[in-house]
Design a protein around this ligand. Structure first.
Ligand code: ATP
Length: 584
């Protein structure tokens, strides 16, 4: 239960709901007690009439009618209170689930990229869906059934002891056996359903990947092989499901067996007591109803124990995860004003997970308003430079200065706020084009959105769509071409009007003419911005104030376009090659 203590803060938050729920549960149980008593009374009246103790049939009829009306009334009140019980306690659990999901999601947002590389997406999804779901079972159903069982037990057993103590003892004797048996069964069911769950997620990952890669599957003609793989997987999944079903099949027969056993004991012992004149027939009837009333709550004790254990395991995972501190932390709360001077001083950076040293002793600087182009073969470390400027990672050695201050001393949010980054593979959300662009500035007006789209040379494409800027992208929407995606992503960065613009090979999918137009627009809007352009094309780099060429994480050439084309090396070779391609 140690791990579950974390949830007490939520119980406190919703304490009024919880207290009200507990009171309602107890009152509902008291009302539920009326029916067996009244049935018992009715039988006793009939018995007295039969044994001629009462001779007036009218009295019997009046008594029976009175009891029937009370039974109906008590059932309605008990039913309504049970409804309210669910409305308070189960609703509370849904509120707690909502809060907990938000806490988990907030932590996801805090954590650094390294964390995401060390954990599989499936596990991360599980934490927010399955683990929180299991925890909810504890704060909702488990609490509700526990209060229910406890109040029923206290109310019913104390009443039963009062009426017939010996019979009570025999009645409750098989109940712990029932509870333990259900607990064992629930554990076994849980074990097997975890395996079934694993197969379910394997199946959905498989199908999801097949849908995403359907064009590759068709183009390579591997439908049959994919179908066979799917069949294998779903067969294994079916076997695991059968294992689960077999054990689940025990649940109700066992309950019925144990309830039947309890009934037999009550009838046998109670019957003997009735024959000996120790109790009235009504008491016997009452006790049979009590046994049936008690067995389900007792069965839930086993079930609730298993729920609490699962919740404890889930909450343990959640607690561990909430304790993870992000590698990249905001050093202070006061905001910083970022102007945009950037300097790398002997920066070396090694990726933790792959141990690849992407940058080696790298030094360069770029002043506010300047444009720096970064060229080099793939894997040379170009994107890594941009990621370090956004502080997605911290350097392994050396330092990065922004406006002459170490990057690690700046307010992280101010830093990121002053950066407009366009990543290598543009990621767009399943939302309208307008909202995708506004992602860079949530309160942007339509005119600002259009201006940014015009600067990114994508406005004309957008208005050609039937719904223009309201066109929805993604799974159920339209698919943009690679070049269109890149340009929407550029518009998103431009609308932010950032002081630092980081463009990571984001013109690779547009034709050279459009590239030219975008670069011209960028030159206009970025006169007071620091711009870093990563590219494989000379055309993107030639107008930059400074160009650096990287190889294996080191600068092998630097200078302006004119300086570099008059020096032998990578840049000149690339220039001549791309020049001859243009002539073709
Ligand atoms: N997230 C990462 N985790 C681990 N290693 C990485 C990661 N990103 C890049 N690397 C490695 O770091 C090196 C530099 O990668 P980087 O992406 O900076 O190169 P690049 O010059 O931008 O390449 P490209 O032109 O293909 O985009 C590569 O060897 C790459 O495998």
């Amino acid at each position: 239960m140690k791990e579950l203590r974390y949830l007490n803060r939520f119980f406190y938050k919703y304490r009024y709901r919880l207290i009200l729920g507990i009171i309602i549960t107890v009152v509902a149980r008291i009302f539920a007690l009326f029916a067996p008593r009244l049935i018992g009374n009715s039988l006793t009246v009939v018995e007295k009439y039969l044994s001629k103790e009462i001779t007036d049939l009218a009295i019997v009829e009046r008594e029976l009618l009175y009891n029937i009306l009370l039974i109906i009334g008590a059932a309605i009140v008990a039913g309504f209170l049970t409804f309210l019980m669910r409305q308070t306690i189960i609703n509370m659990s849904r509120f707690i689930e909502f809060d907990l999901k938000n806490v988990v999601f907030e932590q996801y947002q805090r954590l650094s990229l390294n964390f995401y590389k060390q954990n599989r997406t499936g596990d991360l999804m599980n934490r927010i869906s399955e683990d929180v779901g299991k925890t909810r079972m504890y704060v909702g159903p488990a609490i509700m059934y526990s209060i229910n069982t406890l109040s029923l037990f206290v109310v019913v057993i104390s009443y039963m002891i009062n009426v017939a103590p010996k019979l009570t003892l025999y009645t409750v004797l098989p109940l712990p056996i029932l509870s333990i048996a259900i607990y064992q069964l629930s554990r076994a069911i849980h074990k097997r359903s975890t395996v079934v769950q694993e197969y379910l997620s394997k199946l959905s990952t498989f199908t999801q990947e097949s849908f995403s890669g359907i064009s590759v599957i068709k183009a390579y003609g591997i439908q049959l092989a994919t179908q066979n793989d799917f069949e294998d997987l779903s067969n294994q999944s079916k076997d695991k499901n059968m294992d689960l079903v077999k054990i689940q099949a025990w649940f109700f027969p066992m309950m019925i067996l144990l309830i039947g056993l309890s009934n037999l004991i009550v009838i046998y012992i109670g019957g003997n007591q009735y024959i000996n004149g120790e109790i009235e027939i009504g008491v016997l009837a009452e006790f049979i109803i009590y046994v049936n009333m008690l067995t389900w709550p007792v069965a839930t004790v086993g079930w609730v124990t298993s729920i609490v254990q699962q919740a404890e395991a889930s909450q343990k995972r959640i607690n561990e995860f909430l304790l993870v501190e992000p590698d990249i932390k905001n050093p202070k709360d006061e905001p910083d004003e970022i102007k945009g001077d950037i300097a790398f001083e002997n920066v070396t950076f090694t990726y933790d997970d792959t141990n690849i040293t992407a940058l080696k002793n790298l030094s360069f600087s770029v002043k506010r308003g300047e444009t720096l182009a970064i060229l080099g073969k793939t894997g040379a470390g170009k994107s890594t430079i941009l990621q370090l400027i956004s502080r997605l990672y911290d350097v392994t050695s050396g330092r990065i200065l922004i406006d002459d201050k170490p990057i690690t001393t700046l307010n992280l949010y101010s830093l990121r706020d002053s950066i407009g980054a366009v990543p290598q593979d543009a990621f767009l959300f399943s939302d309208s084009i307008k909202n995708n662009i506004k992602f860079g500035k949530e309160d942007a007006t339509d005119d600002e959105v259009i201006a940014a789209a015009k600067d990114a040379v994508v406005h004309k494409n957008i208005i050609d769509f039937a719904k223009g800027y309201d066109t929805v992208l993604g799974e159920r929407g339209i698919t943009l071409s690679g070049g269109q995606k890149q340009r929407v992503s550029i518009a998103r960065a431009l609308i932010k009007d950032p002081n630092i613009l980081l463009l990571d090979d984001c013109l690779s999918a547009v034709d050279t003419e459009t590239e030219e137009q975008i670069l011209n627009n960028l030159e206009k809007v970025s006169s007071n911005k620091t711009t870093l352009i990563v590219s494989h094309r000379i055309s993107s780099a030639k107008n930059a104030d400074k160009i650096i060429v990287l190889e294996d994480g080191e600068i092998i050439q630097q200078g302006t376009h004119n300086q570099l084309i008059s020096t032998e090396g990578y840049y000149k070779e690339l220039y001549l090659k791309q020049l001859s391609e243009k002539d073709l």
